[in-house]
Design a binder for this molecule. Structure first.
Ligand code: NAD
Length: 444
């Protein structure tokens, strides 16, 4: 099939490369010419394991090209996937103006019947608004082609995006006609035949809602276990063992029950807010989601309180923050809890040193006030305390002696619960974990 992907970012680029791998002819279009230049040079413009290789193989096979010219992008497309950003607005809802812009562009440039598929995360009933835009623009511009809207939400995880896209847990699409459904069946046929992936075929609004409900549910699990960690901290229980004990129940499962600094990234915070905003718009007060958000932000305050407990005033103290990316495997800093924490420390007067294995270039560009340290040892040298803010494997591998020898005061806040508390405490560190044994709760 002739597929065009609009917005070759974290979702669009991986999707474009995967569609090409399944044998389709794919054009990736972006309105940022610098990104197109980088992609044409054979590299992704962001860090994602395995993506450069997958992308280059498809470009070499002649199935994947990139363009910044909308005419070239839309003219031959049977299917157009909308993968542009839907960033949060101050009121909590997502900014859908980029999605709307694609709707108008399709009408302006399409030269054949086109299925316009929302892959961007959008609130339920965005498809209806898009159809309205398309109908008005088609009339205005005299474009008589059939342009229909479908929804095909994306569930990939940054850091594992290639694997998730090539071997997804499920495919969800919502369409409003048999034609739209058949087009999407054909797009995914190679994957479904090869991998027996479960497919959920539904209407557009239901598909849109599946995405928001999924992300809100995952965020709720994280906040739930973080609230349990608060109780564990107060009664001297170990949240990681509590989570393990809970997870053996097949109705619960083990995933997304790691207590820590909370969720971040470009999706969960935005999607929780957007889902609560949609609920309010349609007259339902989804207070559970307000709590999920409150607990999430509270985790950062908890870390700040532990640091103040240890260091008294943070003004004039030096704190090494290990990790900047919102999770391991990515250089994405959007809504990163590590970055939020580092900024709160700066606001409290602390000198902050940030280490990250891959995200320091983005940090220098997006948060120039936060000094980046390429070597973890340099970030630790002489600092009054260290906080593990992202669970990169590099930090898990650090021995207690590194902290003992490098830090001015041996204070370690393990905000991702990556270490064995007893090993850290035995080594003499003032070790604080979130909901696990720490210097405060160790039996004497
Ligand atoms: N990042 C994730 O892990 C993830 C996972 C699932 C769903 N999503 C959703 O997918 C969507 C995209 O997220 P992302 O992380 O890929 O964003 P991104 O910022 O990485 O990529 C978006 C791309 O769209 C381009 N763009 C914006 N407006 C455009 C326009 N009018 N025409 C052409 N290109 C345009 C931008 O230049 C950028 O390259 C969002 O709705 C997000 O919620 C993201």
């Amino acid at each position: 099939m002739h597929i065009t992907v609009i917005g070759v970012g974290h979702v669009g680029l991986v999707s474009a490369a995967a569609f090409a791998r399944w044998g389709h002819e794919v054009v990736g279009y972006d309105d940022d010419p610098r990104k197109i230049d980088t992609l044409r040079s054979g590299r992704a413009w962001f860090h994602e394991p395995g993506l450069d290789d997958l992308m280059r193989a498809q470009v070499e096979a002649g199935r994947l090209t990139f363009t910044g010219d909308p005419d070239a992008a839309f003219a031959d497309a049977e299917v157009v996937f909308v993968c542009v950003g839907t960033p949060p607005l101050p009121g909590g809802g997502p900014n859908l103006s980029f999605v709307e812009a694609v709707g108008r562009s399709v009408v302006e440039h399409a030269r054949r019947d086109t299925l316009l598929v929302e892959k961007s995360t959008v609130p339920a009933n965005t498809g209806k608004r898009l159809e309205q835009v398309i109908a008005r623009e088609s009339k205005r511009l005299g474009n008589g082609n059939r342009i229909e809207v479908a929804s095909n939400p994306e569930f990939l995880k940054e850091g594992a995006a290639v694997q998730d896209t090539l071997h997804p847990d499920r495919i969800v699409y919502g369409t409003s006609s048999a034609w739209g459904r058949d087009v999407l069946r054909e797009v995914y046929a190679p994957l479904v035949e090869q991998d027996q992936v479960p497919v959920v075929e539904t209407d557009v609004a239901t598909a849109e809602l599946i995405k928001h409900a999924s992300n809100a549910f995952l965020a709720t699990r994280i906040s739930f276990i973080n609230a349990v960690a608060q109780i564990c901290d107060r009664v001297g229980a170990d949240v990681s063992v509590v989570a393990e004990g809970m997870g053996h129940d097949v109705r619960i499962g083990h995933r997304f029950l790691q207590a820590g600094l909370g969720y971040g990234g470009s999706c969960f915070p935005k999607d929780v807010d957007a889902f609560a905003h949609l609920a309010a718009q349609v007259g339902y007060d989804f207070q559970l989601l307000e709590e999920v958000r409150r607990i999430n932000v509270g985790q950062r305050h908890w870390v700040m309180a532990k640091l103040e407990q240890e260091l008294w005033h943070l003004d004039g103290k030096t704190v090494a923050v290990l990790g900047a990316a919102f999770k391991p495997g990515t250089d994405d800093l959007r809504e990163s809890p590590a970055v939020h924490l580092a900024k709160e420390l700066v606001d409290a007067g602390a000198e902050v040193r940030v280490h990250d294995p891959v995200a320091l270039d983005n940090l220098a560009r997006e948060q120039p006030q936060l000094p980046g340290y390429p070597e973890v040892e340099d970030a630790l040298d002489g600092a009054h305390a260290a906080v593990v803010a992202t669970d990169w494997p590099e930090y898990t591998a650090l021995p207690a002696t590194t902290f003992q020898e490098r830090l001015a005061y041996p204070i370690l806040i393990d905000a991702r619960n990556v270490y064995d508390p007893d090993a850290m405490l035995d080594a003499g560190l003032h070790y604080h974990a979130l909901g696990r044994r720490s210097i405060d709760t160790r039996p004497v």
